[in-house]
Design a protein around this ligand. Sequence first.
Ligand code: AMP
Length: 407
Amino acid sequence: MTFSDLGLNSVFVNAVEEKGYAKPTPIQEKVIPWVLKGKDILASAQTGTGKTAGFTLPLLQRLSKQKHHPSRSVRALILTPTRELASQVYENVKEYSVFSDLKSTVVYGGVNQKPQVRKIRSGIDVLVATPGRLIDLHSQRIIHFDKIEILVLDEADRMLDMGFHREISKIIGLLPNSRQNLLFSATFSSDIKGLAQNILRHPVNIDTNPKNSTVEAINQFVYKIDKSRKAEFIIKLIKEGAWDQVLVFTRTKHGANNLCKKMKASDINAMAIHGNKSQTARTNALAGFKDGAVNVLVATDIAARGIDIPLLPHVVNFELPNIPEDYVHRIGRTGRAGSNGEAVSLVSVDEYPYLEDIQKLISFKIPSEIPEGFPLDPRITAPGPKKKTRSRPRSSKRSRKRGGKRR
Ligand code: AMP
């Protein structure tokens, strides 16, 4: 199967060739023909599957078939949960439209709006946006929604987790009724199903099950270790393995900073990326990681979401996430586009219940060992039977104010 077999014309096939993609990924094979036909889509897809090209390429081709309006108002809106993801999707939109005359831009909060406003006023076809800034610019009458024909909700589950339900409903209420809707989500809670029911019309359901694709392509391993010795152990792993590109997940921003400090003290080029860092600091950390100046990126889940680094060899869970789906998201950062990666988790006794939940979700018992030289302290014991309360936290205005939005 080639990209042209899927119905893409030379303008977009050439752009894909320029990127060096040999053939479409499974999700691209499934999504592209339906989007070209103008159908609504409900797709289950992890980051790392090539989903961005899956919706961007056919969307651009559809727009390129029609003349833009004299006002050049936005015709396609791509909503993403985080600014990192927004910038990366925008980069892709730019790359895939390089041989067309389509214009695009990105808007997100936390930065001065002036350059964004200038770009919008110059006229664009595709807008990538995070919900807050989008509403803000709309209420200032800088962005108009009346010409929007295609709406993409990318990582819709994350948007809801981050408390954007009201913003999404508001935006949808302001869009023209007749439009094509594409909804991408890694997980399908009842909230996502409700959202899908509200906005999609006779959608085509597309499932690229991560259990069979992403997860199985990754070598997973668990080291059982005391919490107090995790930093020492990860430093040893990185140094002895001469790992030069590692993404490390911590549960909290504070934890990310702390670990980063310890790594630096051991002469490891590490940087932290999380919601308390400025946009410039995050962009610099990511650029350094991509070009090899930074060897270890220590990230929280939300900050790492959507980071676009192909062929990441190592992902380490310094702490397990308490939401099992997040484990799948995290390790999806490795083993992408067909190449094998390694996902290592450092698990202390108190995290055993999380490990159990994860193994249940992926239907796989992850091999484990107690590393040599790091015996478990027998005085620390596993927690009793877990309470049934660990569902995804509902974000509220308050939790967002406390930092829920920018973990
Ligand atoms: P995504 O899931 O959209 O975040 O894409 C994950 C990574 O796969 C990105 O680095 C893309 O550039 C890359 N990618 C997308 N489509 C293909 C393809 N057909 N072949 C190889 N790599 C691809």
